[in-house]
Ligand binder design. Structure first.
Ligand SMILES: Nc1ncnc2c1ncn2[C@@H]1O[C@H](COP(=O)(O)OP(=O)(O)OP(=O)(O)O)[C@@H](O)[C@H]1O
Ligand SMILES: [Mg+2]
Length: 367
């Protein structure tokens, strides 16, 4: 997968950017607040439509004093070239593929696949469960765009069901309809996640060992506190039904849904110890680095495509040895386009197959 051309207009502080990226490494150097992360955010949007930043309303994405932002990319996927466009107005986004408006975003997903690794990811393992759910959901979505629609169905059911549970008199008939929908879509999400963990787990263990030697054993697992049995792709529906009937009273009392994939977490362990509770800073960073590398390797091995990798200023968050491992991995992986931002050129251990840009006050120049 290759980003052959990128054009941006009035996207945040990037007023007018036009690039023909290198097919391997693209390095963006600049001081703080110049527009480096904004550039990666634009590429990410061209893949996922939504931003990775939490405060990214349409208004915030549009350059100050402008009324529209325009993003454009030419993407080559195994010789198949497509033009991707997003126009962002305050009222919404318009997506185009080869100049034609896309009515259903589901048709658009999968055109461009990116994996991003940035300073926020370093906190994923110590942060709230929702951040770890986001990691796993994003990884599945990258491999199977239809997962996005499934997740939307589930969120819709959850919203309706929660609203009903908050009502003074809960309509039993309606609740049982929502229960069925919750089981149907919840089970689908759970099957996808369990299947992902099944395939991802050995890749992660192998990656961790190859980077950090045989000394440490990494482990990852899916955690669903509401289930009173070990979940498998075969028993998720039954487990959801059981849990729903067990928590009926409490759900009415609390007024929201206590059972389902929206409550779940990832358990990560190093040498048998829970990383969330016992991991040092360095161990946590090493683990998340291995998770990111495993995510890419998983996509390459299982789905046979190399996603575009966006590395936002990660070198400053990794110690010297971890940083060396990261670049060794990137160089050894003979294929794959990478966009890297940094404030310090000397953090970036790459000399070949490289195009270098400077980012200064929203302008991107060859450097
Ligand atoms: N909608 C917008 N219009 C204009 N400027 C914006 C908009 N949104 C953000 N900015 C500006 O973009 C700049 C931040 O850009 P960005 O986050 O890409 O910086 P960076 O180069 O990654 O910096 P750092 O090295 O600190 O991470 C800030 O100056 C911010 O004010
Ligand atoms: Mg930044």
């Amino acid at each position: 997968m290759l980003l052959e051309a990128l054009r941006l207009k009035d996207f945040r502080n990037l007023r007018d950017v036009e690039l023909s990226p290198h097919q391997r490494f693209n390095l963006f150097t600049g001081q703080n607040g110049q527009g480096k992360t904004n550039l990666l955010e634009a590429i990410y949007l061209l893949s996922a439509v939504k931003s990775f930043r939490s405060q990214a309303t349409n208004r915030n994405l549009i350059g100050h004093g402008r009324d529209q932002a325009e993003l454009f990319a030419r993407v080559d996927r195994g010789g198949h070239v497509r033009d991707v466009g997003i126009e962002i107005g305050e009222r919404g986004k318009r997506i185009t593929l080869n100049g034609q408006t896309v009515r259903n975003v589901a048709d658009f997903f999968g055109t461009l696949n990116v994996v991003i690794f940035g300073p926020d990811d370093i906190g994923v393992l110590k942060g709230s469960p929702s951040e770890r759910r986001r990691f796993i959901d994003r990884a599945i979505f990258n491999a199977r765009p239809a997962y996005g629609t499934e997740a939307t169905h589930f969120e819709e059911v959850l919203k309706n069901r929660n609203a009903l549970l908050k009502e003074e008199r809960v309509d039993g008939g309606l609740l049982s309809i929502y229960d069925d929908q919750l089981v149907e879509w919840g089970a689908q999400i759970l099957r996808r996640r369990l299947d992902f963990i099944d395939h991802f787990r050995p890749v992660l263990k192998r990656t961790f060992r190859s980077i950090f030697g045989d000394g440490f054993e990494a482990e990852i697992g899916y955690q669903a506190e509401w289930a009173d049995q070990d979940l498998s792709t075969e028993n998720v529906e039954e487990a959801l039904r059981d849990a729903l009937s067990r928590t009926r009273q409490e759900e009415r009392h609390r007024g929201y849904t206590l059972v389902g994939p929206h409550r779940d977490d990832l358990r990560t362990e190093l040498d048998g110890h829970d990383l969330r509770a016992f991991g040092s800073q360095g161990q946590t960073r090493a683990f998340i680095l291995a998770m990111k590398i495993a995510e890419i390797t998983y996509l390459e091995e299982r789905y046979r495509f190399a996603p575009i990798l966006l590395l936002d200023d990660v070198s400053s968050e990794l110690d010297r040895e971890r940083n060396r491992q990261l670049f060794a991995f990137l160089r050894d992986r003979a294929i794959g386009q990478v966009f890297i931002t940094t404030t310090h050129r000397d953090h970036i251990l790459l000399e070949e197959d490289l195009r270098h840009y400077q980012v200064v006050d929203g302008e991107v120049r060859d450097g």
